[in-house]
Design a protein around this ligand. Sequence first.
Ligand code: ADP
Ligand code: ADP
Length: 232
Amino acid sequence: MIQLEHLYKSYDEGTESHEVLHDINLGIRPGEVFGILGSSGAGKSTLVRCINLLERPTKGKVIIDGKDVTDANGKELSALRSSIGMIFQNFSLFQQRTVLRNVTFPLELNHTPKDQREERARRLLKLVGLEEYADRYPSQLSGGQQQRVAIARALANNPRIMLCDEATSALDTTTTVQILDLLRRINRELDVTMVVITHSLAVARNICDRVAMIDGGNIVEMGPTEDLFADP
Ligand code: ADP
Ligand code: ADP
């Protein structure tokens, strides 16, 4: 479903070029929860941002559903982005919008009629357990509730893929486990393929079917979670 082939990414810094990803090759299967595990600065975010082309690879290919999208632009790029939801460590909600209007936002961008937007947003809020909170503002919610709103917003366009960038890193243990349960439920019930960035072994073991460990821009290990973290 997602293939990265001989992917390289460098950032220019003045006259120097700094390589952040080195010859990344991986395939993520439909329906899978795939973890990208590594310490801070390893290149995890950059790798995942290449999947929805928030970053353009310096070299190599991004293939989604068999289609080379590496150079996608215009309509093709918009279609790709709306088929991929994303959530972040700090939720990135719009503080001036209510919960409901955070979730309708992606539907406003693609001109879905107002009544349909609201109906879909309310259905998604129900799915994440926040139907009572539609008229609140993000600052009135706990961290876990804010992440649920972000999850509902990421699902607005019915994506086939969801990218989760340290989605639980700002949350306490109990809330982390609840959010991971919700993500797993979305993976199973809505058949959304998940790519989960984390620096936490506990998170990877909890939710990921397979994991790639990344260090200094290289994949150093890859395999089923239970094989990688098997007790000796
Ligand atoms: P991780 O997600 O594993 O913490 P990142 O992908 O965010 O790692 O960053 C990997 C490396 O790339 C770091 O050294 C970081 O400083 C650098 N980097 C990330 N984004 C940029 C950017 N826009 N410009 C320059 N360097 C960047
Ligand atoms: P950190 O460096 O952020 O402390 P950890 O690997 O220690 O990273 O874990 C991140 C968070 O996940 C911690 O709060 C940890 O307690 C919590 N955690 C513990 N057990 C689990 C679990 N089974 N599933 C998910 N998260 C867990």
